[in-house]
Design a binder for this molecule. Structure first.
Ligand code: NI
Length: 176
């Protein structure tokens, strides 16, 4: 396994629509290694998720995990989840705002409205079909990672940039 270099805002890969993966390719050694490396990279940098474009691979793969995360204290745990070609439906009308950050937008936070609940269909890393309902923080992380696969970042989802804050100022003035 390897820790991969994370693309930062301005790298064109973050603005491309990622390619869907044919189901038969999921078991290939190169894709399995990429998934392992994405998991290791997410853990190394205390991410709660990472999408393949963030490691310079324009493919529809995202990994998510929350386990006692120092960047997001107090949020509920999420078991390790690998989503390939995710599709989101049944997004709730209701949205709530919460502060988000992103490994590709280092040292910044901003308030982002997100749907509270959604259904997600995807393949897992074994090529099996997943279908589940997610809500609250889990739904937020899925929407954040899904956005990366469309070439979007959380800044695009903010209602203006007035809450955009450097992490040190966020910690001083806005963190609870
Ligand atoms: Ni991100």
């Amino acid at each position: 396994m390897a820790i991969l270099k994370v693309s930062r805002l301005g790298h064109p890969v973050l603005r491309q629509k990622a390619q869907a993966l044919p189901q038969k390719d999921i078991s290939s050694a190169s894709i399995q290694r990429l998934i392992d490396d994405m998991i290791e990279t997410m853990r190394e940098y205390d991410g709660v998720g990472i999408a393949a474009p963030q490691v310079h691979a324009s493919l529809e793969i995202a990994v998510i995990e929350v386990r006692d995360n120092p960047r997001y204290p107090g949020v509920p745990e999420i078991p390790l989840t690998v989503l390939i070609n995710p599709k989101l439906t049944d997004l709730s009308q209701e949205k709530i705002k919460m502060w988000e950050g992103c490994l590709s937008v280092p040292d910044m936070r901003g308030e982002v409205p997100r749907h509270v609940r959604l259904s997600c269909e995807a393949y897992d890393r074994g090529g099996r079909e997943l279908k589940f309902v997610a809500q609250d923080f889990y739904a937020r992380v899925i929407q954040h990672e899904w956005d990366h696969l469309q070439g979007n970042v959380y800044l695009d989802r903010m209602n203006g940039l007035t809450t955009l804050s450097h992490l040190a100022e966020y910690a001083k003035y806005w963190a609870e």
